[in-house]
Design a protein around this ligand. Structure first.
Ligand SMILES: C[S@@+](CC[C@H](N)C(=O)[O-])C[C@H]1O[C@@H](n2cnc3c(N)ncnc32)[C@H](O)[C@@H]1O
Length: 446
């Protein structure tokens, strides 16, 4: 990724703005959406790279600037420029997909970026001094941060400690998967396409792809989604291979009444509708996100009269339930999203240790409420995109101890994130799956 130098200061500034917003608690996706459209793609590439190296960048910045700057854009610019300058100084050793600029260009353009933003103007000299000192003292500075877990693994230290405790044999590998660039994985829509048709259309457009799992496809030459063949026709959806397991686990059959209780943006809801002519209620507490469910289903040709979109709190069924029980309920409950960090590298920096307890409580409220709407003989699928056991196996055990009539059926349990390999071009994100059924006729008390 090489850009003309004249544009680099603008791109650096947009990326620094977005990174500064993440420092202030906003998601990177939202922060990038607020940047100028002409520099957004370049800024996104730089900001994603920086987030995957933020532990390292922040540790260096802390050594080079005595007091942490209170200006979030300055924090963003210093961290980003340090990451990129380090790559520039790695020479032959740098990763093939790392942004490559000369050290001279980077220092010059970082100072220009500071010069072009009013709030950064007073710090122009600081940016210059920090980057030049890094150039002079790189080896010594790197030696000083070598023992720092957050810098070494590019995750917060509490997160590294949690994985070390929960996955003693795998924690380093899990952290590595989080830091790798994820593949672009698609799910074919069997209502209007086959995998062969899509692969042929990609090949005709000069794009390599590879089959993955039951219905998946990996795009080996990723491009902007809307420019890929078949997007407008609804031939496929973007969905990680791990997420593609959800809908088949509920085994939808024609005529079944299905509830997707946390549906937005609609990936799993669409998959359910692709598999059978069901009656679907798609619920989400966030009305704006629910709009995206409607848009996604419409693009895929799945927005039929048997689909009901409802904006409501799944934990309060009295507000949205008509009293008719569901044959299948998908509970893709809100979680820390610790399993999808390779696709959303900001998540690790946005989360705080206390967030796990909060999501666990919320999940329990939702699960309790949803169990009450499952028909006798019906199923409830608990899904999280988390690898923290508190949101996975511990939650499934809690559910069984609370709802003793529930029967646990076969499901993958904890699926740990996995990098693409020779036998599996997609790899997958981290998910937890537990499937429960309500006995058809509950035994009468003796
Ligand atoms: C993991 S996402 C769901 C992803 C979705 N199932 C898919 O496959 O595209 C979790 C969703 O739960 C929604 N949510 C959070 N709390 C909720 C609640 N109390 N009731 C209903 N939806 C909720 C969020 O707005 C978010 O869209």
């Amino acid at each position: 990724m090489t850009q003309p130098a004249f544009a680099l200061s603008h791109t650096l500034l947009a990326a620094a703005n977005a990174l500064g917003e993440v420092e202030s608690g906003r998601s990177l996706t939202d922060a990038l959406a607020r940047q100028r459209p002409d520099v957004r793609p370049g800024a996104q590439a730089l900001a994603f790279y920086a987030m995957r190296h933020w532990g390292y960048a922040s540790a260096l910045r802390a050594l080079l600037v005595e007091r942490a700057p209170s200006n979030p854009v300055l924090l963003g610019l210093l961290g980003l420029s340090l990451c990129l300058l380090d790559v520039a100084m790695q020479g032959e050793e740098r990763d093939a997909d790392a942004p490559s600029y000369s050290a001279h260009t980077l220092v010059d353009q970082s100072v220009s970026a500071a010069q072009s933003e009013r709030s950064l103007l007073p710090f122009k000299g600081l940016v210059n001094a920090v980057l030049r000192r890094f150039q002079r003292e790189r080896d010594t500075l790197l030696a000083r941060i070598a023992g720092d877990d957050a810098a070494r693994y590019n995750h917060p230290a509490w997160w590294v400690d949690a994985l070390r405790r929960d996955y003693p044999g795998q924690w380093e590998q899990l952290l590595q998967v989080d830091n790798a660039h994820p593949p672009l994985t698609l799910r074919i829509n069997p209502r209007c396409a086959t995998r062969e048709l899509v692969m042929q259309a990609f090949a005709d457009a000069g794009l390599a792809s590879a089959a993955s799992g039951e219905a998946g496809l990996v795009v080996l030459d990723p491009r902007p989604i809307a420019s890929l063949p078949g997007y407008a026709q609804g031939w496929w959806s973007v969905q990680d291979a791990g997420a593609q397991l959800a809908a088949p686990l509920l085994d939808p059959k024609p005529g079944m009444r299905v509830l997707d209780a946390c549906a937005a943006p609609g990936g799993k809801a669409a998959h359910l509708l692709e598999l059978a002519d069901i009656e679907l209620t798609a619920l989400d507490v966030d009305a704006q996100r629910l709009d995206r469910v409607g848009q996604n289903l419409a693009r895929l040709g799945l927005m039929h009269k048997n689909v009901r979109l409802v904006s409501a709190d799944a934990a309060r069924p009295h507000a949205w339930w008509d009293g008719r029980a569901f044959d299948a309920v998908l509970a893709d409950v809100p979680c820390t999203a610790s399993g999808i960090v390779r696709r959303h590298p900001d998540i690790r920096w946005l989360r705080k240790p206390g967030d796990i307890g909060h999501t666990v409580r919320l999940q329990r409220q939702i699960l309790d409420a949803l169990w009450s709407v499952v028909a006798p003989g019906g199923k409830l699928l608990l899904v999280t995109c988390s690898i923290f056991p508190e949101e996975g196996e511990m939650q499934a055990k809690w559910f069984l101890s609370r709802h003793r009539e529930a029967v646990r059926l076969a499901a993958p349990g904890q699926l740990l994130p996995c990098a693409p390999g020779p036998d599996d071009p997609a790899g997958h994100d981290g998910f937890f799956y537990a499937l429960f059924s309500r006995p058809a006729a509950e035994a009468a008390p003796a």
